[in-house]
Design a protein around this ligand. Structure first.
Ligand SMILES: N[C@@H](CCC(=O)N[C@@H](CS)C(=O)NCC(=O)O)C(=O)O
Length: 195
């Protein structure tokens, strides 16, 4: 498999998941001008123009973070419980990352967003992170005792929150610091030049 991603982008969640899964893959980095690190035009690979995109063994392209993360989980038997409460909570949280966190970061990444729009996005994000805190139990991870696709995504969202100076509950500081020491997370950061 081949993962197309942007260093430090939301694709980092899929990158972490792929490393954790143990499935064979290569990482192709996509720059802002849509050129891939192996010299191709990314738009011709994924007409949506955004990362992540996962090239499957048969050459087809799978897009959208939630689908890619589930694909990795289901093909490796890791990162997502097969049944029960832990499975549904992981899917619930991962969907929350994509629609309630990731989507609300958008105004902060676009230069043409107004000050008011940016402030509203920051306030909304702070509220969303606060509601997520109640899910943090005694364990190192968001759900149960193992790293899941939800943790991989939340790690990226917390990195963005730090970068954009968004207030998050203090416990997320410890949570993110612990995740940074998880070998798959450290390896993804290193491969993306962010160690
Ligand atoms: N709906 C997509 C959104 C992906 C997305 O927003 N990717 C960003 C990086 S985090 C991107 O590539 N943006 C560049 C662009 O849209 O041109 C998903 O959930 O995977």
């Amino acid at each position: 498999m081949k993962l197309y991603g942007a260093n430090g982008g939301c694709s980092q969640a899929s990158h972490i998941a792929l490393i954790e899964s143990g499935l064979p893959y290569t990482f192709v980095s996509v720059a802002r001008d849509k050129k891939t690190s192996d010299g191709r035009d990314f738009n011709s690979i994924n007409p949506k123009g955004y990362t992540p995109a996962l090239e499957l063994e048969d050459g087809t392209i799978l897009t959208e973070s939630l689908a890619i993360l589930m694909y990795i989980a289901e093909h490796s038997g890791k990162l997502l419980a097969k049944e029960g409460q832990a499975r549904w909570r992981t899917l619930e949280s991962t969907e929350f990352m994509t629609t309630e966190l990731h989507a609300n970061f958008r105004p902060l990444f676009f230069a043409d967003s107004g000050e008011d729009e940016r402030n509203k996005a920051k306030e909304m994000l702070a509220r969303r992170f606060a509601t997520l805190e109640s899910q943090l139990g005694e364990n190192q991870y968001l759900i149960g005792k193992n790293l899941t696709i939800a943790d991989a995504y939340l790690f990226v969202m917390l990195s963005w929150a730090r970068m954009m100076d968004i207030a998050v509950p203090q416990r997320f500081g410890t949570y993110a610091a612990n995740l940074r020491n998880v070998p798959s997370v450290a390896a993804a950061l290193s491969a993306e030049g962010l160690a």
